[in-house]
Design a protein around this ligand. Sequence first.
Ligand SMILES: Nc1ncnc2c1ncn2[C@@H]1O[C@H](COP(=O)(O)OP(=O)(O)OP(=O)(O)O)[C@@H](O)[C@H]1O
Length: 233
Amino acid sequence: MGNSAYVVASDILTAEHVCLAIGGRELLADATIRMARGSITALLGRNGAGKSLLLQCIFGTRAATECDVHVNGVLLRNAYTIPRLMNYLPQRPFLPQDVRVGALMRQYRVPQEKLLAEYPELEAYIHTPIRELSPGYERLLSVLLVLYADSRFTMLDEPFAHIEPMYAERLLASLQRQRYRKGIIITDHRYEPLLQVADTIYLLKEGRSVYIREVEDLVVHGYLATLNSLITR
Ligand SMILES: Nc1ncnc2c1ncn2[C@@H]1O[C@H](COP(=O)(O)OP(=O)(O)OP(=O)(O)O)[C@@H](O)[C@H]1O
């Protein structure tokens, strides 16, 4: 797990009693997540466990049956409407296809010089419209825009999907750097890199969030069959 020494005295976001039913099907049943600015929280769960729905409920773009989101004890409604509080990387492509990379960096208020210092290869794409990027490159750019944007909390839904191994490693390093200035929650099926950087781990199971104290708990709760892939590294 990550080093909680990175955690600084800071904003605390809690989402409690998150309940959601669609078409009579109970999909979230009292899920709870707590995240602090300066730390990384991993949200694991099997396919269809409700991870994306939970993030959308916290963000406020999905109407939940119940969802109490507080930042430093202040109750929030529709977190997405509060400037610079929180941003969210959805699982599916969302960038406007006709807009150029540089224009999007400005729109997201990304510190362009800093981002280009870390990813100098992006310079060549500054004038390129999104529709001309490969799907993997578009995904990488989407993750970077959300991660480097000015917000106190960032939620990333499958940031490693479609990203080549070299970029996945660099992205992990970027996450470590960005954790100093924001609280980050990540859900991804590539659990190994997540376990490396996460300070806190939750497993979403049967609509509830289970706090994972030890990686062995992931086997106990039926998320992993064994710990072999972790232990043999
Ligand atoms: N609009 C909807 N109407 C009905 N059911 C939905 C809707 N959106 C999601 N679901 C169902 O809710 C469940 C949880 O979906 P969600 O996308 O949150 O899962 P997930 O944990 O993110 O899964 P994955 O890891 O496969 O992306 C799934 O069974 C899905 O079919």
